[in-house]
Design a binder for this molecule. Structure first.
Ligand code: 5GP
Length: 195
């Protein structure tokens, strides 16, 4: 597994929104780490370009930046899943809202995920995708929350391991807001402590 150490939380993010807590990953750290991941993927997949599967909506920004740093003729497809639960907690019950357009049989599939929390979403997705007969299936997750996984996961590429806080930005939302922040910070607004 390619992985970076636990990220210490920084100072307040710019902008003055009181619902936004400490900075977790800065724009500069994101672009440096994404470039590292792209280079690693480029060398690991030399001669067998992967089909990148982005998990919408959270992974769209990461997938776009990552793909630009992979020096291979990659292809793309997208899936949208919704997990039942409150705004800030996953229940582990996953529904496919938009399925893939492409056939996975014989393909080298690399799933691009925004964040792994309990791991239940990814575990469901991996089982679902493996059943479609890919030649290989690996996962590239931008963020993994420290110590929360309730299911063993094989994560080939990890951007950052972060503290177990609810975070927003760089594709990640709270009720569709904050996805366009160019950095990742904690969310400390009213929904942050809902069950
Ligand atoms: P898991 O099934 O691993 O518990 O949760 C994975 C999904 O829950 C992610 O793909 C994401 O949609 C959502 N999620 C988990 N933690 C966070 C978080 O800190 N912030 C945001 N915005 N979404 C999260």
């Amino acid at each position: 597994m390619s992985m970076k150490g636990l990220v210490p939380m920084g100072g307040p993010p710019p902008g003055g929104d009181p619902a936004l807590g400490p900075m977790v990953v800065t724009e500069r750290e994101l672009s440096a780490r994404v470039a590292d991941l792209g280079a690693a993927i480029g060398s690991d997949y030399a001669g067998r370009p992967p089909l990148l599967i982005g998990v919408l909506k959270g992974a769209f920004m990461f997938m776009s930046d990552l793909a630009k740093t992979i020096p291979l003729p990659v292809e793309f497809d997208f899936m949208a899943v919704s997990s039942y639960g409150s705004a800030t907690r996953t229940s582990g019950v996953v529904r496919i809202v938009k399925d893939l357009d492409l056939d996975l049989s014989g393909r080298h599939v690399l799933v691009v995920e925004d964040i792994v929390d309990s791991g239940l979403t990814l575990s469901y997705l991996s089982r679902n995708l493996l059943a479609r007969g890919p030649a290989s299936l690996e996962v590239c997750a931008l963020l993994v929350k420290e110590g929360l996984q309730r299911t063993p996961l094989d994560l080939r590429y990890v951007g950052f391991t972060i503290p177990p806080e609810f975070v927003v930005g760089y594709g990640l939302d709270l009720d569709e807001r904050y996805r366009n922040l160019p950095f990742i910070c904690t969310y400390v607004g009213p929904e942050a402590s809902s069950p």
